[in-house]
Design a protein around this ligand. Structure first.
Ligand code: HEC
Length: 142
């Protein structure tokens, strides 16, 4: 696939407000740093720490972000995101029960395929709040 893009960014544009975009990006950075912690724990074969770092990336995290984004982002996007969170719950559970670093690595690799797939398909663009309730045009933004 595209290594370094030369042409225009043709990914599907999700129009969100600036605060909503902030919530998405914040969640994303938490996913990245969580994965970094998981990999560090895996290198030490510390499966309890793997579970401890994977669990906060599970569905609990999704519920927090979802409140801000319900009805804003397309269903397909939300489902892909949710399946990533379900994966991390599973990774945490399996790290505790199966305790096999290779198994966890395989799971993580499969999950990260979803990170890649979504990033290939979507980009966000922050837009101003839509027209106000009384029909007045939105205030000027400079
Ligand atoms: C359902 C879609 C989706 C999935 C799944 C997804 N992301 Fe993202 N990610 C996005 C979008 C959309 C952006 C914002 C891109 C933009 O700014 O246009 C983003 C941005 C990011 C950023 C940049 C954050 C910033 O502050 O600029 C990181 C890091 C990131 N994602 C990591 C991940 C990781 C790691 C995973 C997998 C565990 C993941 N994402 C899964 C949609 C997704």
């Amino acid at each position: 696939m595209s290594a370094l893009a030369e042409g225009p960014d043709n990914r599907h544009v999700l129009e969100v407000t600036e605060p909503q975009r902030g919530h998405v990006l914040e969640e994303m950075r938490a996913l990245l740093s969580g994965i970094q912690n998981i990999l560090a724990a895996l290198a030490k074969e510390n499966m309890a720490a793997v579970a401890q770092h994977a669990r906060p990336l599970g569905k609990n995290m999704a519920h927090k972000t979802e409140d801000h984004l319900k009805g804003v982002l397309p269903g397909e996007f939300m489902r892909l995101g949710m399946s990533v969170h379900e994966d991390f719950d599973r990774i945490a559970t399996d790290a505790e029960s199966i305790k096999d670093p290779k198994h966890t690595l395989r799971q993580l690799g499969n999950t990260m395929y979803k990170c890649v797939a979504c990033h290939e398909a979507y980009q966000t663009r922050a837009v101003v709040q839509p027209v106000q309730k009384n029909g007045a045009p939105s205030p000027h933004v400079h």
